[in-house]
Ligand binder design. Structure first.
Ligand code: TEU
Length: 544
């Protein structure tokens, strides 16, 4: 079979815990994924990406790995995973796995050894520092509080940029790097087709000093990060047919070009998150703010143009397991009509951009945030910490719940809604997290039936990408950047031009008169009448 052009791929992200439960214990599992591979094939995507399924105490839902080579028995067995890969391959689906090598769980053998004594050979696998009065630096954990945890027995602090049970690995230690390359090679041999590397731009730590930016400038895109990624590439996937994506926390366009320019031999592509911070107040996630639409456009376009011109490659996405549902966030889920229209509009606006599109489970049917109204409904460690912190700051309960309702990672972690039946067809038991009532009408079964559903828009967009090179290779021309409701751009390739118009508002909007929109409609959502595009309308035209 001829090798496919990886740049034309579309990826479907699976959060196994919330995908499909076959045991009745309320959590999804590997067999559950196997059961639904036909559905994923029906969507038309090329890759699936599984968030971590390794052995883990699950304090951060698997991003705290205690054994890189074992499958978490809550998800199934190694055999199940083998079957999943071979069944996926039968359906022409590739499998990308999530590797978390910035940190391990404190339950990992390496860490357990490291805290035995100061001279244990594994001590230097992590960052341990002595300190007389309080933590060695003012660095903050991304999940709240200081990033150093005191270990009483050995009287030193260890670094954890995330949860206290996620200790950062010391990539400056060659033995650590080699051990991690062995892990990656193990999974390559096992048969996976690609990797998503968790927070991979944080692996090189730089100096350990206090800083007004609570440490970020020392460890974000740190001093040796490119060298280490190049080395990783050369020691593992570099000469194989594999797609890789690095998750980049607070990075820059310049760095992302370096991470992904093929001649540098680092990664295939990157995720960055700047466009998903446009509803933060002064950079603060735990705030209640409206979407800054002009800012959203500016960031998306700066990255599109910057990466295109620099010869890099981006992942494009609205959703993942850390982000609220986009239809509730940048669209409107307050009426059924608006939900459907805005979900389709958002899909079109994104899927016509350059890069590798990622669809997060349930996004393709326009799943919404669950709109929880009690802290008891939240499960995520970050959300629970944020709740405590906001309480300490003196905020009242209802304001905190509003903020969590807008920002919590649990918004996207409720189980995929398969049917209108009991527990949305996800489990025969009690789901580990509540399922919204709207599963009665927002579910996969109904979406497949209804030929005008959000799902069919996604299928069409995937098909279009595979068919038209302009979507993959065209340049990008931002238009009307100051327009307060319309997101518009053109793609140009090989003498062809496509115009993309997306109306982000719930009102009909007059289209600019001086724009040429004569041509063939490629895909359309809503209507254009008397020069006005309908609420949340979107259109792509191959213009003459
Ligand atoms: O996330 C890294 C990350 O920095 C964020 O997306 C983070 O979850 C968010 O900023 C919190 O506000 C990755 C994983 O996607 C996430 O699920 C893990 O919790 C995290 O790394 C630690 O491994």
């Amino acid at each position: 079979m001829a090798q496919k052009d990886w740049k034309k791929s579309v990826v479907y992200q699976i959060y196994p815990k919330s995908f499909n439960d076959t045991t009745g214990n309320g959590e999804g599992d590997l067999k559950g994924i196997i059961e639904k591979l036909d559905y994923i094939q029906y969507l038309g995507v090329d890759y699936i990406w599984l968030t971590p399924v390794y052995e883990s105490p699950m304090n951060d839902n698997g991003y705290d790995i205690s054994n890189y080579l074992k499958i978490n028995e809550r998800f199934g067995t190694l055999e199940d995973f083998e079957t999943l890969i071979s069944e996926a391959h039968k359906r022409d689906l590739k499998v990308m796995i999530d590797i978390v090598i910035n940190h391990t769980s404190t339950e990992h053998e390496w860490f357990k050894e490291a805290i035995r004594s100061k001279d244990n050979p594994y001590r230097d696998y992590y960052f341990f520092k002595p300190s007389q009065d309080g933590p060695p630096t003012n660095w903050e954990s991304k999940f709240g509080g200081n990033a150093w945890q005191y270990d009483e027995k050995t009287d030193e602090y260890y670094l954890h940029l995330f949860d206290v049970t996620q200790a950062d690995l010391n990539w400056d230690n060659e033995a650590v790097r080699q051990a991690l390359y062995d892990v990656v090679n193990h999974w390559i041999e096992f048969g996976v087709d690609g990797f998503r590397f968790d927070v991979i731009n944080l692996i090189s730590k730089g100096e350990f000093k206090d800083s007004p930016k609570i440490g970020k400038e020392f460890y974000t895109d740190g001093p040796h990060v490119h060298e280490y990624l190049h080395e990783l590439n050369r020691h593992t996937f570099g000469d194989k047919d594999m797609m890789t994506v690095g998750e980049m926390s607070s990075t820059t366009i310049d760095n992302c070009i370096k991470y992904t320019k093929s001649d540098r031999q680092e990664l295939s592509s990157v995720f960055n998150f700047h466009h998903l911070k446009v509803d933060y107040v002064d950079g603060e996630k735990w705030s209640n703010a409206k979407l800054d639409f002009l800012k959203l456009k500016e960031i998306l376009m700066d990255w599109q143009v910057g990466i295109y011109e620099g010869g890099g490659w981006n992942a494009i996405f609205w959703c993942n397991h850390d982000q609220p549902r986009v239809v509730s966030r940048f669209g409107d889920d307050s009426t059924e009509e608006n939900r459907q229209a805005s979900a389709k509009m958002l899909a079109i606006a994104l899927h016509m951009l350059q890069g590798t599109p990622y669809i997060y489970q349930g996004e393709e049917i326009g799943m919404t945030d669950p709109h929880f109204d009690s802290i008891q409904q939240y499960r995520d460690v970050e959300s629970r910490n944020a709740y405590d912190n906001l309480k300490q700051q003196g905020k009242d309960e209802s304001e905190i719940l509003t903020i969590l309702g807008q920002k919590s990672r649990d918004n996207s972690r409720t189980p995929i809604q398969w049917t209108s039946g009991e527990q949305a067809g996800f489990t025969t038991g009690t789901p580990w997290i509540d399922i919204p009532n709207n599963a009665q009408y927002i579910n996969v079964e109904a979406a497949i039936e209804n030929k005008t559903s959000v799902l069919h828009t996604y299928r069409e967009l995937i098909r279009l990408r595979h068919e038209h090179d302009i979507i993959t290779y065209g340049d990008i021309e931002p238009l009307y950047m100051e327009h307060p409701q319309l997101f518009m751009y053109r793609r140009n390739y090989d003498g062809q031009t496509w115009l993309v118009v997306a109306n982000f508002s719930k009102e009909a909007v007059k289209l600019p008169e001086d724009i040429n929109r004569q041509g063939t409609v490629i895909i359309q959502n809503g209507t254009i009448e008397n020069g006005e595009i309908s609420p949340f309308g979107a259109i792509v035209i191959d213009v003459q």
